[in-house]
Every structure is written in C-alpha cells, then in structure tokens.
Write a new protein. Structure first.
Length: 487
C-alpha cells in the first residue's frame, strides 16, 4: 500500500503543473524609451513591459518592431527542427505591422524560459521568462546581444537606445587601450617642466575651449575673446583678452569667443539659445564651481579641448543655482554626449570637495555624479548617500521616496532602479538583514509605503510628501533592513 501511494504521488507530480519556481511579473505600461536615429533625430516612445525582479523584460517581436527601420534592424523566425528562435540581423522585420499598442494587464507568473536563441547562426544566452505563453527577455541583454548601445537616464526615467553605436561590451577592449594611453599621457604631463610659451594660435576654428591645469606657467595665443581662470575647480576671474594670455602654474583656462557664440544656437539649461555677455557676467564670477567639463581634443594641440559640456554652480548662500551648457543644439545633445567615450575626456572636481558641499545640501546638478561613478563597494555607498544629501530640499514631486533611492543608487553604480518599496524586497541586488545589524548605506523599507537610506548616527535621508527630501531621525517600527549586495 505504501509503495502504491508513493508511486501515485510521483505520477501526480508529473501530470499536475507546478510553479514553485515562478517569479512575479508586474505590468509596466509607462516605460519611456528614446531611440536615436542615424541622423541624430530622437524618437520618444511609451512602451509596455513586465518588471521581473526589478528589471524590464521585453517581448522579442515588440523589440524587433521598434528597431525596424534603424541601422540595427533584424528579423525573427522560429526553427522547429532546432526548437529555437532565429534572429537575422541587417534585415527588415518581416512581420512588421506597426509599433505595438497593446498594454500588458495584471500581475502574472513568470517562469524561466529554456528557449534557445540564435543570432546569425550563433547561439546566445539571454535571460528570459515565459509569461502567459509568450517569451520576454531582459532588455539590456537583448540590446547587448544585438550590439546596440543602451543607457538609462535616471532623472527622466527613460531608456535610451542608440543603434548607431556599438554596445558597451564591444567597446571594452578599445576603452582599455584608451585608458592605458591616457595614463601614459598623464604620467608624462605630471613631470615638472620649465615655463613655456607658444606663438601658435590655439583652436583658431573653435569658439569654446578648455585648457586644463598643468604644473607649469604658460603663455598661450588665443583669438580675441574672454578667458576665465579656473583653479581647484573654481573660477578665479574673467578677463577680456586680445592675443596672448598668461596661465599660472596649476591653473586651467575656459575660453569664449563671445562674438561668434552670440550668433550660435546651443543648448543651455534646457533651451536652444546663445551665450550673451549677461550669461558670462553671471556664471564667470569668482568662486563659481565648475564640477565637470567634457571636452573633445583639438587636433594638433597637445592639451587643448573643444568644450562639449560644462556645469557651473553658484554655491553662494541662498543661491545654489546650476547652469548646464552643451555646445550643440537640443536635437543633437544625446547623440553628442552619449557618443563613443573615447572622443570625450572628462575633467572633474575633487570628490572630497563635492561631498563636502553635498553634506550641506548643495545641489550641483546631475552630471558630476553620473560621470564619476566610483569602483569599490564602500565608495559606491558614499556616492549614493552624498548624492541623496545633495538634493535636500527637492520637492516630493521632483523625487518621491523610491525615485530618490533609485536615482542615488543608479549614480553610484547599483542597478536598483526602479526602487519601488513594494517591489524591491524581491530584487536580487539586496538581502534582508536583522535590524540590530543596521549600518550606513542600508535601506529601510516598509513594503508598499516608504523606503529610505540609513546614513548612520541614527539618521536617514528620505523624501516625504509636503517636505520633500530631508534628513530625519531613523524610524524602525514596521521596516525591514535591506542591504545592497556587493556584486
């Protein structure tokens, strides 16, 4: 009798379906996506995905529809003999009937798919789940496998796809070579040299130039215009120049050909406009902070850069203004700034200098935080906390509680976004810790209600209705401690 029951139990286990390994798939019909065309135009879409374990999972054929007509278009087929999906690149999507318009509805069970995928005859591994009989794949891995550059804009909560650029994985080898080259250049530049001068006109065709600090006194020839001296990432003065300019040891120079810039349309603080004398007078004052300059090396010059992007911050009491300038029109910004990283070099303010301002609640904009992501786990925790502190006073509409945590974590290099309080406890990036082990950098979460960052000394940084982002005493009742994993 016992053997019969065991046999019956085994038989039932084979014929009755079980989803003990299923994950929860939550509908997300408000995802935003920007696709950059070959000519630099940007198309904006709102699309539907399922969020599974904090990541967007996309139906493959929907992705093919969005990529149709781009330089990375592809077709999708099914090979019954192989029981596999076959993707053929560099060809139109054969079943294209228009962009997807249906929303996904209701929470579903998601079971890991065993579906094989081949791209141009080569098998690839892409994380995927079966939801309601359809296969959904992780968006970032899809883009990587199809050699499409993908970014996530934390502030706009938008995915940015640039089919015209290779994926990050394809760039790693070239990037490592570039880093080695830059290290060699910086070591050479760090050797003390005698004062030097040049009769050559620097950047004769350029209107906005950055000359980074060097450990020598320099004499440089520039066109008539304005020059702002920068020392320790702060503007020291602004002066009008007519030809040769002296640059002291340890000082950088930001040059403006104002006559030409007045006639050019560029992107300043969210608008297509031009640089005026009033703009220079406002933002080139003594002690204006310059946390980030991104520049493109001027051909034939040893150390002169065409300015692509620059941030100015007025940290004067009760001001805390930020201005962001990009030297192209709005329609060209994304393609310009998100282009191959080897084209642009970043000059950034000292980390300690920025963190000191952050602790006072000084907002310096987003760019320094984005482009200076740290490496070690403890450094990432510091980066996350200090970014959150830097936006104290921001309203709840600007950052709700999960938006604050998700953005701060994203800038630090922790892929938590979206950090919804009702979803994050299932994230593979966090683990629950006993309350008596709470430490700096841990998240305190009350599922479906609130999430905040513990900053030590019995305090949290959080965003709450009416008050917005603030530092407050820690609250523990009803909260779980979630520690971000060191992966």
């Amino acid at each position: 009798m016992k053997k019969t029951l065991i046999l019956l139990g085994l038989l039932l286990s084979l014929i009755i379906p079980t989803n003990i390994f299923a994950e929860k798939a939550m509908p997300n019909n408000s995802s935003k996506m920007d696709i950059i065309a070959e000519n630099g135009d940007v198309s904006n879409y709102t699309f539907s995905t399922y969020i599974i374990k904090d990541y967007n999972y996309f139906k493959l054929r929907d992705f093919a529809s969005y990529m149709n007509g781009t330089i990375k278009n592809f077709d999708v087929g099914y090979n019954r003999d192989k029981d596999a999906i076959e993707i053929t690149t560099k060809t139109s999507y054969g079943d294209f009937t228009g962009l997807p318009s249906d929303n996904v509805v209701g929470a579903k069970e998601a079971v890991t798919t065993k579906q094989k995928i081949f791209i141009d005859g080569k098998e690839v591994q892409i994380s995927g789940y079966n939801v309601d009989g359809n296969n959904y794949f992780k968006l970032r891995e899809l883009a990587s496998a199809l050699d499409i550059k993908i970014y996530y804009d934390s502030l706009r909560k938008s995915v940015i796809l640039n089919p015209n650029l290779p994926s990050d994985e394809k760039l790693v080898e070239d990037l490592n070579k570039e880093i080695d080259k830059l290290i060699g250049m910086e070591e050479e530049a760090s050797r003390p040299k005698a004062s030097t001068g040049t009769s050559e006109l620097i950047g004769a065709e350029e209107n906005l130039i950055y000359l980074p600090p060097k450990n020598i006194d320099r004499k440089i020839n520039l066109k008539t215009g304005y020059a702002a001296e920068i020392r320790n990432s702060k503007i020291q003065n602004l002066k009008k120049i007519s030809s040769q300019v002296n640059i002291p040891n340890g000082t950088g120079l930001l040059y403006f050909d104002l006559d030409n810039l007045k006639t050019m349309t560029i992107y300043i603080d969210g608008n297509d406009t031009n640089i005026s004398q009033a703009y220079l007078n406002k933002w080139m004052k003594k002690n204006i902070l310059v946390p980030l300059i991104r520049g493109e090396k001027i051909s034939g010059q040893e150390d002169a850069y065409k300015v692509a992007y620059v941030t100015f911050v007025d940290t004067a009491p009760k001001v805390n203004g930020v201005s962001e300038l990009v030297s192209v029109k709005a329609s060209e910004v994304r393609n310009y700034l998100y282009g191959p990283s080897s084209n642009l070099k970043d000059f950034t303010a000292d980390r300690g200098q920025i963190y000191s301002l952050a602790k006072k609640g000084e907002n310096i904009g987003w760019s320094w935080w984005y482009f200076t992501g740290p490496n070690s786990y403890n450094e990432k925790i510091d980066h996350m906390i200090n970014y959150a502190l830097s936006v104290q006073g921001f309203s709840y509409e600007q950052f709700d509680c999960s938006g604050l945590v998700g953005t701060a974590a994203e800038f630090a290099g922790f892929p938590l976004a979206p950090a919804y309080s009702w979803l994050i406890e299932g994230s593979p990036m966090v683990e629950e810790i006993p309350m008596n082990q709470l430490r700096r950098g841990d998240l305190l979460n009350k599922a479906g209600e609130h999430i905040m960052i513990y900053i030590g000394d019995g305090k949290v940084v959080e965003s709450v209705p009416r008050t917005g982002v603030r530092v407050a005493p820690v609250r523990k009742a009803g909260y779980k401690v979630l520690r971000i994993k060191n992966v």
